[in-house]
Design a protein around this ligand. Structure first.
Ligand code: BLA
Length: 507
């Protein structure tokens, strides 16, 4: 894997970003040996930051910065390996108050990070209404829009976006708030490679990242390697960690001067990001970062609740559907009217744009579906597949070349067999994404997907995304599969009842 800072566009998804060996210059970092708190490694600016006339390395914290040592002493009983602890240092030798953050990295020792504290801000007072708005949101989109408004007001960044990752790690800008005159990114898509898997994994542990001035000169750690391990310091949890140069280039190309990005976790998974941009450098001190972290956690909690509500609504809808199918048998002598009288009944719970039923040689449809011949070919293809409760693909043409003609409306196919007979399925469809999504920016600008980091931009990302997801629908989620299976099982039961009633009548 490429070491930090040596990646190019061909291998940057494997860059070891947690081994940055350098920090951003607005603070200082010390690696301390426990329990005597001797400085083993320090950022090159540490002595100057602390007002020392000799290097910090080799000295005890208690000797070179007694008030800092005293302030962190009560925190050292905690584990500090997952969640860092913080202390406010009153103005002493440095002359200004400091924020100290400490944690224990993999490999041992204690990492101490110091920043100048901002004047006291009563962000916590504004926390309560923000939390109420987040936890009171009744649907995903309004929630995300509210989050953008709250974060802009609270943090003062020029632009706030909520990104969501799909099942494949591709991203979408779901909501946005920005200062007047800025180019909107709302609706923009970008490929998973824009935020490499290594970074997405890191952002589960490190929930808020800040770049204070994107044009910064990184400050190296001295010595380069941790004396405890003989290796690069694991900076996963360092708030001052220097950011990947590849990403720095991207942000510069966007004309952005500073960023703050908070992770949204849902059920332990990285669901998305709250991404804040500022056109000029911007410092966000510890207290405000803590507020954004708490709010991002509330957002994740709310999304989990909304998702489970949607899921239970879907289950309720399926139970109602079963009832209506049985009623339809007695009323019309046919259960199918209950499925197709109202297309939304079938489409909404699945987030599908079309559905079709192949049953006893007949075809019924709702929404956007392939033509009759295409549907029959699809049925034959499904018959050729191993029997399963549901059969799903989000890239039909990749699996069945002869069905490539169906790509536009049916890149996504999710089929539930509804009897033991061949050719009997309930099928849902999703269209090819690239034919439904359009770039919000200037469509006449040429599309560049070259290999030069200087070209990195949302525009290039969008073009790259178009290439990557060509012939693909939005992937079906595990919940979609579960719902399809539930509907499939329900219809299978009804079909069995229907057939036995029909046999009784025939006798
Ligand atoms: C990180 N890339 C990121 C992050 C975002 C983006 C949001 C997370 C930054 C953070 O959490 O602090 C991407 N930013 C975007 C996009 C938009 C935006 C798409 O504003 C659009 C509006 N990046 C690339 C390519 C590579 C790459 C091609 O585009 C290399 C494969 C790498 N991106 C890359 C790396 C990181 C990153 C290595 C991690 C940065 C770090 O935490 O050090």
């Amino acid at each position: 894997s490429p070491a930090f800072g040596t990646a190019d566009l061909s291998n940057c998804e494997r860059e070891q970003i947690h081994l940055a060996a350098s920090i951003q210059p607005h603070g200082a970092l010390l690696l301390l040996r426990e329990p005597d708190l001797t400085v083993l490694q320090a950022s090159a600016n540490a002595a100057a930051f602390l007002g020392l006339s000799t290097p910090a390395q080799g000295q005890r914290l208690g000797a070179i910065a007694p008030d800092i040592a005293a302030a962190i002493a009560p925190l050292l009983a905690d584990a500090l390996d997952v969640v860092p602890a913080a202390a406010r240092i009153p103005p002493g030798q440095v002359g200004v108050p400091l924020d100290a953050q400490i944690h224990r990295p993999a490999g041992g020792g204690l990492v101490l990070e110091l920043e100048r504290a901002a004047p006291d801000d009563d962000a916590t007072q504004r926390l309560e209404p923000a939390l109420q708005a987040i936890l009171g949101s009744y649907a995903l989109r309004p929630l995300c829009e509210e989050v953008c408004r709250i974060f802009r007001r609270l943090t003062g960044y020029d632009r706030v976006m909520v990104y969501r990752f799909d099942e494949d790690g591709h991203g979408e800008v779901l909501a946005e708030e920005h200062a007047a005159g800025m180019e909107p990114y709302l609706g923009n898509r970008y490929p998973a490679s824009d935020i490499p898997a290594i970074a997405r994994r890191l952002y589960i542990r490190s929930r808020v990242r800040v770049v204070t001035d994107i044009h910064y000169a990184p400050v190296p750690l001295e010595p380069r390697l941790s004396p405890l391990t003989g290796q690069d310091l694991d900076m996963s949890l360092c708030i001052l960690r220097s950011t990947s140069p590849m990403h720095v280039q991207y942000v510069k190309n966007m004309g952005v001067g500073a960023t703050l990005v908070a992770s949204i976790l849902v059920g332990g998974r990285l669901w998305g990001l709250i991404s804040c941009h500022h056109q000029t450098p911007r410092r966000t001190p510890f207290a405000m970062r803590a507020v954004t972290e708490l709010l991002a956690e509330a957002v994740g909690t709310r999304i989990a609740a909304l998702e489970s509500f949607v899921q239970s609504q879907a289950e309720l809808a399926v139970r109602r559907l079963e009832q209506r199918m049985i009623e339809a048998i007695t009323r019309d002598g046919d259960w199918r009217t209950a499925l197709f009288d109202n297309a939304q009944t079938l489409l909404l719970p699945m987030g599908a744009s079309g559905a079709a039923l192949l049953f006893e040689g007949q075809i019924q449809t709702a929404g956007e579906v392939p033509g009759t011949a295409g549907l029959r070919d699809l049925g034959t293809w499904l018959d050729s597949r191993p029997r399963a409760p549901v059969i799903a693909t989000c890239a039909l043409s990749g699996e069945a070349l002869h069905l490539a003609g169906l790509t536009r409306v049916a890149s996504g196919v999710l089929a539930a067999p509804i009897s033991t007979a061949l050719g009997e399925y309930l099928i849902w469809f999703r269209p090819e994404q690239v034919s439904t999504v359009t770039w919000g920016g200037d469509p006449t600008k040429p599309v560049m997907v070259g290999d030069d980091p200087r070209d990195l931009s949302p525009r290039r990302s969008f073009a790259k995304w178009n290439q990557v997801v060509e012939g693909r629908a939005e992937p079906w989620s595990p919940k979609d599969l579960a719902t399809a299976r539930l509907i499939g099982d329900t219809v299978t039961d009804v079909v069995l009842q229907f057939r036995s009633v029909r046999m009784l009548i025939a006798e």
